[in-house]
Write a protein that binds this ligand. Structure first.
Ligand code: NDP
Length: 448
């Protein structure tokens, strides 16, 4: 038996923290958790889940237009943002309840207040009570980073985007990454005039050139405006509440709303970690080893606060591996190779493995196979939007090193194909598989 109040005290009830707490409790540990806001974390409360529901909502704009070409007599359709917003927020409440139930049913004691670490084995809650634990796990996630310039306080972040009173007529989105491109698609489909303001010359820098170029072309065609090499100077708020956004090298941009999507910073400050000598890396990321352990042996960290890979499924794996290793008697480490990822833009992007340029840098020569096609639904809908699938292969062994897709349902298709890439299959093994016709995914076994 431990001399401490708990075997494990988890700070932060997001994807990583909840998984670690639940599995550790299932392994027999006495577990507590502190969460100052809502159980579920970024993904459930103000990230992946509500975002994906908005994506579904946004897609109806195109589906309703296309339906006419498929014989449906669609009357003039209006869109009521408040209905979608409230339904999405209600679903978030439902999911939060499920997360809380899971913790309760596993006997995890949840304190709905902020906690700080006051010793290697001690935490203090906001109400002043102190608890000891053999292990403390920091799973406090990340928060939106907002660039520092005059008038930046007039902008919002994705946190607030889910609660807007109405869809703005003109929205400027700062950043060219995941959140910027996903929300650009959402607001554009809802009828807003969208401008993406990017400090550099590229969107989605970590994705393969071909698919992000395709997204850029399609986005421009859909009416999204891009300002590249446009660092912020200042934002002025006028008496009527509208904004004038001044960026270097471009005319001022008039907007009703400015949203920052300029990366996310680890939530590691104000937790008492500095005083304990817990090592931090760049951007305040908590430094951990392969077992998610910090340099203070009783303190661990998982998820976005470690800034390894800021993706929910990765945080969940880190939480699971931590719990199995520390309390389950089955040590395991997360394998960070071949993590599939997706951008839920309009149309979406999905990828796994090396981009063409990464593969060329690593292997010298590589073989590239592509399919650049117009999905049959788009053809009948008169929608001039082409999908692009690209396979990057080792030129000697023909092993698939990377797969990159943009087109309808790309993330749904890529998840299955990622199994093959992760397993190290070759191009000829893809080709040996009979096509499933007529689908878009059959292009994966017909790549030239
Ligand atoms: P990203 O890292 O994807 O993109 C950040 C963007 O902001 C980049 O274009 C970057 O430019 C730019 N930027 C960074 N700092 C500044 C600055 N000071 N001034 C102006 N521009 C700046 O971050 P997001 O905020 O879009 O998302 C955060 C993270 O959340 C993602 O990295 C991802 O891990 C996760 N996420 C995942 C999603 C998914 O899986 N579908 C969806 C949403 C988020 P530059 O390219 O020059 O660095």
């Amino acid at each position: 038996m431990s001399d401490h109040d708990f075997d494990l005290f988890v700070i932060g009830g997001g994807s990583g923290g909840v998984r670690a707490a639940r599995i550790s409790a299932a392994h027999g540990a006495k577990v507590a958790m502190a969460e100052e806001y809502r159980v579920g974390g970024t993904c459930v409360i103000r990230g992946c889940v509500p975002k994906k529901l908005l994506i579904y909502g946004a897609h109806f704009a195109e589906d309703l237009k296309d339906a006419k070409r498929f014989g449906w007599q669609v009357p003039e359709c209006g869109f009521d943002w408040t209905v979608l917003r409230d339904n999405v927020l209600a679903d978030v409440d439902r999911l939060e309840g499920l997360y809380q139930n899971t913790l309760d049913s596993h006997g995890v004691q949840v304190f709905h207040q902020r906690a700080v670490v006051t010793g290697p084995n001690e935490v203090q809650l906001a109400d002043g009570t102190r608890h000891t634990a053999r292990i403390i796990l920091i799973a406090t996630g990340a928060r939106p980073a907002i660039p520092d310039f005059p008038g930046a306080e007039h902008g919002i972040t994705s946190n607030e985007a889910f609660h807007l009173d109405s869809v703005p007529k003109r929205i400027s989105i700062a950043g060219g990454g995941y959140i910027a491109n996903e929300f650009a698609g959402i607001f554009n489909e809802f009828g807003a005039k969208v401008t993406i303001i990017n400090r550099g010359g590229e969107i989605l820098r970590h994705y393969d050139d071909s698919v992000r170029d395709r997204l850029l072309q399609i986005s421009i065609k859909k009416g999204i405006d891009f300002r590249f090499h446009a660092p912020f100077e200042k934002v002025e708020k006028k008496a009527d509440g509208t904004l004038t956004i001044h960026v270097t090298g471009h005319d001022p941009i008039e907007a009703d709303l400015l949203m920052f999507a300029t990366g996310r910073l680890p939530n590691s400050e104000g937790l008492g970690l500095e005083a304990l000598g817990v090592e931090m890396g760049e951007r305040g990321a908590i430094k951990v080893d392969g077992d998610s352990r910090t340099n203070v042996p009783s303190i661990f960290a998982v998820g976005d606060v470690t800034d390894r890979v800021q993706l929910t499924p990765v945080a969940i794996r880190e939480g699971q591996a931590f719990a199995d290793t520390q309390f389950g008697g089955t040590p395991r480490r997360v394998d960070y190779g071949c993590i599939p990822s997706a951008v839920f833009s309009h149309p979406p992007i999905a990828a796994v493995g090396l981009t063409e340029s990464q593969a060329r840098n690593k292997y010298g020569t590589v073989k590239i196979y592509t399919s650049d096609f117009r999905p049959m639904k788009n053809v009948l809908a008169n929608r001039d939007e082409r999908a692009l699938y690209k396979m990057v292969c080792d030129s000697t062994t023909n092993r698939v090193l990377g797969l990159h897709m943009i087109g309808p349902d790309a993330p749904e298709i890529l998840q299955a194909a990622a199994v093959a890439v992760k397993a190290g299959l070759t191009k000829s093994q893809f080709d040996d598989t009979v096509a499933l016709h007529p689908t878009m995914s059959e292009e994966l076994v017909l790549l030239k």
